[in-house]
Design a protein around this ligand. Structure first.
Ligand code: SF4
Ligand code: SF4
Length: 187
């Protein structure tokens, strides 16, 4: 639907441009004074990094590669996320995975290499949406810094451990060995 935009007639005072600037300064000053007399708990400003904002559940922060209860990776190296990624920052190398003793028993592939270049990522969440295994999530952490560009290349284990501390899980750096022998899935 077309929108009619009304032309605004500027008064001679407005045309000096000093009056609008003055009006803007008054508004800014009013906000400044109001903030000074507002209790800290009610202010909009977050005193970062002393105080940190808790992001909502749908926030698209740092990625996590999900794992099963036994620690084995959920990802099956299908490349759907890499295909969906508009920034082309996901690198995957697949490997065969025939150890049927692990949780899902019937998966045949997993990523040998899974890398995200966090400097190129635009946190759009397309990878999460494209994943058929619910294996990659963008969660609530947003702090990320490094002295070196290479440190911003997050590998498979970095991505599996991103939220380990927060979730009270142990950090892992190798594929877990199965404790219980696998029983074939009954059809
Ligand atoms: S959030 Fe977007 S840019 Fe980042 S890895 Fe996923 S698809 Fe690529
Ligand atoms: S994270 Fe999901 S979409 Fe990406 S390769 Fe693994 S299973 Fe496929």
């Amino acid at each position: 639907m077309a929108t009619v935009i009304k032309e605004v007639e500027l008064s001679w005072l407005d045309r000096t441009y000093l009056w609008p600037i003055l009006k803007g300064m008054v508004i800014t000053f009013k906000h400044f004074i109001r903030q000074l007399f507002t209790p800290t708990s009610k202010r909009y400003t977050v005193q970062y990094p002393d105080a940190k904002k808790e992001m909502p559940a749908g926030y698209r922060g740092l990625h996590e590669l999900k794992r099963f209860e036994d620690g084995s990776i959920k990802c099956v190296a299908c490349f759907m996320c890499a295909e969906a990624c508009p920034a082309r920052c996901i690198t995957i190398e697949a490997e065969e995975f025939s150890d049927l003793n692990q949780t899902q028993g019937f998966e045949e592939k997993r990523p040998k290499v899974f890398k995200i270049d966090m400097l190129r990522c635009i946190y759009c969440g397309y990878c999460e949406e494209a994943c058929p295994k619910d294996a990659i999530w963008l969660r609530t952490d947003y702090e990320l810094s490094a002295y070196d560009r290479l440190e911003m290349q997050f590998g498979k284990w970095d991505l599996m451990n991103t939220y380990a501390k927060k979730d009270g899980k142990p950090e892992i750096s190798t594929d877990p060995k199965p404790a219980v022998p696998h029983k074939p899935v009954e059809m």
